[in-house]
Design a protein around this ligand. Sequence first.
Ligand code: AHR
Length: 505
Amino acid sequence: MVRTAKFTLHPEFQIGTVDPRLFGSFIEHLGRAVYGGIYEPGHPSADRDGFRQDVIKLVKEMNVPLVRYPGGNFVSGYNWEDGIGPRDQRPRRLDLAWKSIETNQVGTNEFLTWCRKVEAEAMIAVNLGTRGADAARNLVEYCNHPSGTYWSDLRVAHGFKEPHHIRTWCLGNEMDGSWQIGHKTAEEYSRLACETAKVMKWIDPTIELVASGSSFVGMPTFPDWEETVLSETYEQVDYISLHTYLGNLENNTAHYLAKPLEMDRYISTVVNTCDVIKAKKHSKKNIQLSFDEWNVYHEWEQPEAMKARPWLVAPPLLEESYTVEDALVVGGMLITLLKHSDRVKIACMAQLVNVFAPVMTVNGGICWKQSTYYPFVQASRFGRGQALDLNIHSPTYEDREYGPVPYLEAVGIWNQENEYLTIFAVNRDTQSSLSIEADVRAFAGYKVVEHITLTQRDLKAGNTLDHPDRVVPRKNGDARLEKGTLRATLPGVSWNMIRLAAGSH
Ligand code: AHR
């Protein structure tokens, strides 16, 4: 049975302006993200700085405006000073977060050089696990102070005359988690974050700071953690972080496709928590959200397995193979972020290369795009402008955890400047296609440009080294306009991008 969902596209149903940083990503010193991922000096495509140009090409296609670095769990044991200066003098260290050997051949300056090549800004996390205010303030001085002081002159001596001007900084990572090196209680973290934030901003008042929120919505301390942290740091910080990894652990596609609703509720709770603290403080300032780790996953290495592994440089870790259904959940997560673009200003798909990644590489060999690459690229390219609430009326199915789940998940984007309208939509129906009927009379003169779908009969199919193009989007949708009504058929279990544009576009 083909069901019908209805909605309206209207310029007055604006949610907010999409901050381009919503399409950020993440590179951690973890597995082969850095070594063998972005950096491999012996690779045939390596440039003179040792960066793989084949990877740079794919990352540039993704139009990623911001990349978080260097962790993640890694940052909680990291001495940033190990990664600067002459490479042959840099120490090899044990990285306890991922039981690996860190050679420090890539550090802050190399990463920022790579960021310039992919035209992204960096979002740098400071270590609040084993270190604190002193190391953090020195790093800000090293990166952002023009010259004439110990740390800024050292940067100049290292070949970077101009300051790096890092705008956004994370105050630690997942400090509420017992797995974190230097795990802290909310009170301990709050005091440290507050004092660290204070001195970082004294050095450079233009920077923006992200307080570490809960590691995930299921943490027993959520949302008390947010309440305590924001009560202590409200005036010092600008964002609070959120992290979510969704998986089809139950092997139930309909349930998996509904999971972005969990992300939706998580965001609403954090927004409410921020605003309660705002009210208590009688503050005029809004704390915004930085969803700086989000993605889908299949398996996480358990601590026992990690302990049993030998110490290695850049071992392959968390190298997931993504499927069609994973791509759809990523699409649902992108739609969720866009639907909250009034408060979520930064988001980082975690991660970018090899680790839970849209881009995979072979050491010394090729790189390819996973299924999850495609919804991200489309959203990053056409998801910029005003996010529009579609006022959706969709038939639903019952899920034991989420209750009634709409078959249709969708958001509209209106790019007023370029006069284009984009609808990103997921049909969650595992049995049938879904008809959509949208009232677009308010956008007179707009015409359908394309309707791209991503779907396949085999929902577990994915791209591999041998079959890198098994899952690709196709321009085969039937979206059409009839007297102010947009009609289309969304195939069963599909990601869709429908684009309209005005006049001659
Ligand atoms: O992205 C992998 C890990 O997931 C990060 O290091 C950590 O912050 C999160 O738990």
